[in-house]
Write a protein that binds this ligand. Structure first.
Ligand code: KIV
Ligand code: ZN
Length: 558
């Protein structure tokens, strides 16, 4: 890289728009969406999609809800032409979907494009030519007038060819390619000249697509450019201003969002941002960003996982783990504090259908886009009590008492740290079972019976057969319930050196079997240390006794 002074690059010129309005605007409705996956996306693939792949992706785009789909550049290759013909001849385009076809403003290509769309019910012919100073100079060696003339003659030819496809309703789109670095006055001049030729009306508007072909400035500059065009374009009410941002600076989505605030009506983009170089704007992200603000976008991503699978298979591209909304890890929290906050949020949120989503760290409800809650919390050495408790509750039905969670969190943390790897939910459960559940040494409850004759006086008698340090004993005790009576029985044979602190139980169902889980915390008399134990049994009374035995056994082995 060059060291100071950096002479190789210069700042992008600011747009003279001191009274810009867009910063105060808010996006409140969805734009017209147009997918360019099958053209701009496909054009950028090392191995372009074959006809079957394009068809599968086309159908996926239709299912998502796109009503405008650029299906290709039919004059550019036989495959593109054949695909367009297949859609039309096999009647694969729903009545409410308009296909769009791209063509350079060159006569033979425009004529071939009309051959490709003949017979379609409707089609958008998308004409483009480059207008920016660099391309004018180095690529074409043409004056502004010559460049404008290319746009105008192409538009006129499209208009003239409408009569060659009498059964097809033709809509027209013009793109001054590289609008983002074309002088605004010149873009306006070319676009106005195109509008003059096309003569749009209120019902039959012209689409002026203003591409950020190469992203060269901060997104606010693009918004300024779009507001300036919206203010100055001829017959604005007959023009659909369309955006087509690429992502060279990584701000394609932001540029589109600010440009929508600046007055644009339509957005072109691709799923997962596929496209030339760093790609096009990710249309799924823009749509889901809007959805997260309560806007109905008309696009349905409720099965994003499936959409991603089709996209990856057809394009041979991979979606990054951290890709907004679609990546494997984007709803996953590994860190303890995040997990804790998510667990509290999920516990406390209003579960009613349509209730406001308010869970820390999660901008949207993962289930809205087909993600299960399973992936939200994953366990490694960074994780803590909240995440572990979440897993135990959501995967295995154990609602650990709050004061038990830090202890188990630390146990899991140690295991993960030692193994230097992520722990599966099953491994977490294994650790839980081993540490807390139904422990049987040195104390084991073989059999018990409760005499409840005096229960109305808040008094029961429990007799039990136990093993303690390998010797068998019969015990009997009294108390206000079976657990208290069992503790009394243990004390009578000299086994008690603890105090009962907490007890909680709930039912858990795994498959068809319903069981009870009981949690007991005791305090060891010798050093006032606390120990939890868990009992699980189909008999709720026995679950409680097993929990006590487990807590006791833990207290004598620690
Ligand atoms: O990025 C671009 O400028 C294009 C045009 C052809 C619209 O893809
Ligand atoms: Zn493009």
């Amino acid at each position: 890289m060059q060291k100071s002074p950096i002479t190789k690059y210069r700042p992008f010129p600011v747009i003279d728009l001191p009274d810009r309005k867009w910063p105060n605007n808010v996006i409140s409705k969805a734009p017209i969406w147009c997918s360019v996956d099958l053209r701009d996306g496909n054009q950028a693939l090392a191995i372009p999609m074959n006809i079957d792949e394009k068809l599968e992706l086309f159908q996926t785009l239709v299912d998502i809800g796109f009503k405008q789909i650029e299906v290709g550049f039919p004059s550019a290759s036989d495959t593109e032409f054949a695909f367009c013909r297949k859609l039309i001849e096999e009647n694969l385009i729903p009545d409410d979907v308009v296909i769009q076809v791209l063509v350079q403003s060159r006569e033979h290509l425009i004529r071939r494009t009309f051959e490709a769309i003949a017979g379609a019910k409707q089609a958008i012919v998308h004409l483009y030519n480059s207008t920016n100073p660099l391309q004018r100079r180095v690529t074409f060696d043409m004056s502004k007038e010559q460049i404008k003339n290319i746009a105008v003659t192409g538009t006129q030819l499209v208009k003239d060819l409408i009569s060659s496809v009498p059964n097809t309703k033709i809509f027209f789109q013009y793109s001054p390619e590289s609008f983002s670095d074309t002088e605004l006055e010149f873009s306006l001049d070319v676009c106005n000249a195109v509008v003059d030729i096309w003569q749009p009306n209120d019902e039959d508007k012209i689409i002026l697509n203003l591409p950020g072909t190469v992203e060269l400035a901060t997104p606010n500059v693009h918004a300024d450019q779009i507001e300036w065009m919206c203010r100055n374009i001829k017959e604005r009410e007959k023009v659909i201003v369309s955006l087509h941002t690429h992502n060279d600076r990584g701000t394609g989505v932001a540029a589109t969002e600010l440009a929508l605030m600046a007055g644009a009506d339509r957005v072109e983009g691709t799923l997962f941002g596929n496209g030339e170089r760093t790609g096009n704007l990710d249309i799924m992200v823009v749509a889901l960003n809007m959805y997260s603000q309560g806007i109905n976008t008309g696009l349905d991503f409720s099965n994003l996982k499936k959409i991603r699978e089709i996209y990856e298979r057809c394009t041979r591209m991979d979606v990054h783990d951290r890709h907004p909304y679609g990546g494997d890890l984007v709803f996953t929290a590994f860190s303890g504090s995040h997990q804790d906050a998510i667990k509290k949020g999920v516990d406390k949120m209003d579960k009613a259908d349509g209730a406001l989503w308010q869970v820390p760290y999660l901008a949207i409800d993962p289930s809205d886009i087909g993600r299960t809650y399973k992936a939200i919390i994953r366990i490694n050495s960074q994780s803590g009590k909240g995440g572990v408790a979440y897993i135990m509750e959501n995967e295995f039905g154990f609602e650990m008492p709050k004061s038990m969670q830090p202890e188990f969190g630390a146990i899991v943390n140690q295991i993960a740290d030692k193994s230097s790897s992520e722990l599966s939910a099953e491994q977490v459960n294994e650790a839980f079972q081993k540490e807390y559940v139904n422990r049987q040494t040195p104390l084991k409850l073989n059999y018990y019976d409760v005499d409840k004759e005096n229960m109305d006086q808040n008094y029961v008698t429990l007799s039990a057969d136990i093993d303690f340090q390998k010797s068998n004993k019969k015990i009997t005790g009294n108390g206000n319930g079976p657990i208290a009576a069992f503790v009394d029985g243990l004390e009578k044979v000299g086994i008690k050196n603890f105090r009962l602190l907490k007890f909680r139980e709930h039912s858990i169902s795994s498959g068809s079997k319903a069981a009870a889980a009981a949690y007991i915390e005791i305090e060891r008399s010798s050093d006032k240390k606390n120990f939890w134990g868990v009992g699980v049994d189909t008999n709720i009374e026995l679950a409680g006794l097993k929990a006590l035995v487990s807590a006791y056994n833990r207290s004598v082995t620690k």
